[in-house]
Design a protein around this ligand. Structure first.
Ligand SMILES: Cc1ncc(COP(=O)(O)O)c(C=O)c1O
Length: 501
């Protein structure tokens, strides 16, 4: 069987990613000499067609082969099997990495993981408008204040700022986080706070501490991809609970609880990513009541809480049920994503377990950044910074709404977000989700396809468009390109596929 035949026969059972299979087929063809040194490989678009994968998968496979030293790319000419005289390290070719697949535990890469990986790359891809990127704009960061806080910390604290410190975090930062929580109507004891490397680590440590293989974990759907991953990495079966404009569907949760015993429920009750909506007051009460009656943990993510444009700010669920709620948050969306300052607030044995997991993972978060951030918060600069962030994001949401109206018109609909950094858009288009995302990248715009944020694949065509990273004119250009991608798809015969999540 030639390597091209093998390419048209990839397995779709999710055991190995399509990218890895492409890499393996081509690497094997090179090893057995079917593909000779200096031979040109098919262009990525042809490779995608041969293997019936999307274009990005083909691009990723060639990138991986380059990293392995098996092929070289020449701009404008294509990709070639590395020549014998090309100065490559033959040891890398002969010392095959294939054995690792048998030694490593099975890993199933979810659609959302791949899309998230792409998103980080798209932030810096020349010529692409990354409506996919959920970072705040760098223009928002308080560079001078953070610079001053770091300098003052180093000069006043000296070696302590560079020394190991307590696993739970420096007392200064825990006290400031407690003060911030109190200002939001949710007072915390600093002893109940663990400083983490962003909210992402907080979510992951909580799942690691609470879940064991075979447990059932419920998650609002759609949701932040990494929390779905964190729950499944702990070996849990992740079950979807739908979200609508009033937040998590508590009737659906109640029905799930009548059939299954769940250990944890993950949700963002305020300004949810991707919908930007809140859990309604009536549903909040019922949810807390269910957690108490059925004995499960609520993993509450409040990361967008300070980016509210409309509606009353409901207090955190944790302020009402501290024994049941593990709360995670960070300063990533308002002050800096790169400083990785996040935290967990939890009470009782669950906190001890999360602290133990933190110790194993990275001993503690960096002392210098914790002390500098504590100084920044103590200076009283945060409320004005949060206000700047709100204005910044709101202006961009308005720009995006105008651009959607202008370029997509009736093809797109969404429920007005109350805050946050994203729009969850439904498209009235009969098309394959991956084909549309691919065409969009070809037209120079990227977004997060709806099923990348889902626990369970759904046939509706949704997309997450993020507005906090770009300027209004870039947002407008992105929407113009998206409209062109939609027009191109409308001209093709519909080819809907079930998207594996
Ligand atoms: C809902 C949600 N939770 C957690 C995170 C991770 O935040 P951090 O950058 O603080 O780790 C994100 C990041 O986008 C998010 O959207």
């Amino acid at each position: 069987m030639s390597y091209k035949d093998e390419l048209s026969d990839l397995s779709r059972d999710g055991e190995r990613s399509l990218t890895q299979q492409l890499v393996d087929v081509i690497a094997a063809a090179i090893e057995r000499g079917e593909l000779a040194p200096d031979e040109q490989l098919p262009p990525t678009r042809e490779l995608a067609e041969l293997a019936d994968v999307n274009h990005l998968t083909a691009v990723r496979a060639y990138r991986r082969l380059r990293e392995l030293g098996l092929v070289t790319a020449h701009v404008g000419r294509g990709t070639f099997v590395r020549g014998a005289g090309a100065g490559h390290a033959p040891a890398r070719v002969t010392d095959s990495i294939a054995w690792q697949r048998y030694a490593l535990p099975a890993s199933v890469e979810r659609y959302g993981d791949r899309v998230l990986g792409e998103m980080h790359r798209q932030a810096t891809t020349e010529g692409l408008v990354p409506l996919s990127v959920g970072y705040p704009s760098e223009r928002l960061f308080p560079v001078a204040e953070i610079g001053a806080a770091v300098a003052a910390t180093l000069s006043e604290q000296g070696g302590r700022a560079l020394q190991y410190s307590d696993v739970q975090g420096t007392p200064e930062l825990a006290a400031e986080v407690a003060r911030l929580s109190a200002s939001r109507g949710a007072p915390e004891d600093p002893d109940d706070i663990l400083i983490t490397s962003g909210a992402a680590q907080a979510l992951s440590l909580a799942c690691h501490a609470i879940l064991r293989p075979g447990d059932v974990a419920a998650c609002e759907d759609p949701s932040f991809t990494s929390v779905i991953r964190a729950m499944s990495d702990s070996g849990a079966e992740v079950v979807a609970v739908p979200v609508d404009e009033d937040g998590l569907d508590v009737d659906a949760l109640e029905s799930l609880l009548s059939r299954r015993e769940i250990k944890i429920l993950a949700l963002q009750p305020r300004l949810q990513n991707p919908t930007g909506r809140d859990l309604s007051p009536e549903r909040r009460g019922r949810l807390i009541d269910l957690a108490r009656r059925h004995g499960f943990f609520i993993l509450e993510d409040g990361i967008y809480g300070d980016l509210r444009f409309a509606g009353e700010d409901p207090r955190s669920l944790r302020s009402e049920a501290p024994a049941h709620v593990v709360y995670v948050d960070s300063l990533s969306k308002t002050v800096s994503g790169g400083l990785r300052i996040g935290w967990v607030a939890a009470s009782g044995p669950v906190l001890d377990r999360i602290v133990a997991a933190k110790r194993t993972h990275d001993i503690h978060s960096p002392t210098l950044t914790q002390l500098a951030m504590a100084r920044y918060l103590a200076s009283g600069a945060y409320p004005a910074q949060a206000e700047r962030a709100r204005t910044f994001y709101r202006e961009r949401l308005e720009a995006m709404a105008g651009s959607i109206e202008r370029h997509l018109g009736a093809a797109a609909s969404y429920v007005e977000p109350l805050g946050g950094g994203h729009l969850w858009v439904a498209l009235d288009l009969d098309a394959d989700e991956r084909e549309l995302a691919d065409e969009a990248v070809r037209q120079g715009v990227a977004y997060i396809p709806g099923n990348a944020m889902r626990v369970e694949a759904r046939p509706e065509l949704n997309m997450r468009l993020s507005f906090g990273y770009l300027e209004p004119d870039q947002i407008d250009e992105g929407l113009r390109r998206l409209a062109a991608a939609i027009r191109a798809l409308r001209k093709r015969p519909a080819r809907r596929q079930a998207v594996p999540v």
